[in-house]
Design a protein around this ligand. Sequence first.
Ligand code: 1GP
Length: 256
Amino acid sequence: MLLINILNSILHSSALNNKQIAVLIDPEKASFDSLVNLIQRPAFEAVDFLFVGGSLVNEDQMHECMNWIKELTDKPTVIFPGSPNQIDNQADAILLLSLISGRNPDLLIGKHVEAAQRLKKSSLEIIPTSYILIDGGRTTTVSYISNTIPIPQDKADIAISTALAGKQLGHQLTYMDCGSGSKWAVHPSLAKKVKEETGIPLIVGGGIKTAEQATALFQAGVDVVVVGNKLEDDPNFLEDLVLSRHSTKQTPIRRQ
Ligand code: 1GP
């Protein structure tokens, strides 16, 4: 197995202002054929990571999907867990998400306790990550299942302080998510403010449907853009998505 340190790769790319793309695979919806269709595209070479997980995925679905992925590609895989039963040793890393935009204790510490021994025994790289839900214009599965209210897009002060608190808690990454299938994506101006405040790598996902949206987010300082739904509906979008970062004007990002 290819040994890579995912966090170092993100930190390094962020420092160089090299933008990265993650494709979200939801094992509940993926099939072997859909993965072949994605992974065998020439543009897939330019994808940096596969994020794997979902709100309602069970252990068997996760394991089968990881088997398929490992059969088809060496691309780094990162678990984006909806629950501890999605911990699978075939992946390279796991985003240890704390849902800090919400006040659900299970998603702030409860699930982490459940997962702790299993993670200790695994070979996964564990990446402490602030997970911040932003209003995407409709109730998404993640906001419903997590029983939390996303931060409104016009409440930048709340988003900024939330992300800063996550950094102060020791989280290495910030992930701002409107939730899979949201109507809107995170507004670039909101992402910019959060990135400028924390200085740590920023991942943004949820509702990204065009290359222009991805480019605008990259220009705002986002380091990793995540796309799931749009690629499930239209795998041809991958070509445009991987080109989106090349339209990004290289602007220096203030760091702390
Ligand atoms: C959701 O960020 C991901 O957690 C991706 O969302 O499926 O809407 O692209 P989409």
